[in-house]
Design a protein around this ligand. Structure first.
Ligand SMILES: CC(C)(COP(=O)(O)OP(=O)(O)OC[C@H]1O[C@@H](n2cnc3c(N)ncnc32)[C@H](O)[C@@H]1OP(=O)(O)O)[C@@H](O)C(=O)NCCC(=O)NCCS
Length: 166
């Protein structure tokens, strides 16, 4: 299964090795990496690893990392995906290029990913882990209808874990 997800304004397609340069540029932008990787700058080798993991997970399990583009656009708007959160289940993750903030794209893309997980993939619940200082991301999970269930310590401070069930 290599699913392309479409929404009203966006197309989400699984990442491939051809997306390496675009992902490197996107994820190393300071405003994007701040909460996504605890501020760390991913190396080219780490980006390769993320892509390889995603290609493998799509092939075996139907989830991974999607690139977000506008339906009629070519530029990378951001990423959204699913990955294991420890042994608790799958968490949804998302990032937008700063120029794409404030249009509802993260919520629209993440909603498609959550619905893919709870629907076709058949997982019982989707999780999210958000730094309490990341107000924009807290707002996204709230708009997705996710419910907080615990707070855990993180490198940048407390992180709240959320879940949404079918
Ligand atoms: C987290 C992140 C994706 C949130 O981006 P965002 O643009 O604030 O979130 P959305 O795309 O859902 O947009 C919501 C905003 O668009 C506005 N909006 C404008 N037009 C809209 C429309 N047509 N439909 C819906 N919302 C719209 C909403 O009112 C809201 O504005 P507000 O923040 O002033 O209330 C972004 O800050 C980011 O990429 N951060 C870096 C990576 C990161 O931290 N990821 C999360 C790790 S847990």
């Amino acid at each position: 299964m290599n699913p392309i997800l479409t929404t009203e304004r966006l197309v989400l397609r699984p990442v491939t090795v051809q997306d390496h340069a675009a992902l490197l540029a996107h994820w190393t932008a300071p405003d994007v990496r701040r909460f996504l990787f605890d501020g760390a700058i991913l190396s080219p080798a780490e980006i390769t690893e993320v892509i390889d993991d995603s290609v493998r997970d799509f092939a075996s399990a139907g989830y991974g990392l999607w690139l977000i583009r506008e339906t009629d656009g070519t530029d990378l708007v951001g990423t959204a995906g699913l990955r294991p959160l420890e042994d608790l289940g799958l968490e949804v993750l998302y990032s937008l290029a700063p120029g794409a903030w404030g249009k509802g794209y993260a919520t629209e893309a993440a909603r498609a990913v959550v619905e893919h997980a709870l629907g076709p993939l058949g997982v019982p619940e989707v999780l999210a882990e958000v730094d309490e200082g990341n107000a924009a991301s807290v707002a996204v999970v709230e708009r997705l209808g996710m419910t907080p269930f615990e707070v855990v310590p993180g490198l940048l401070g407390p992180m709240t874990r959320y879940r949404r069930t079918r």
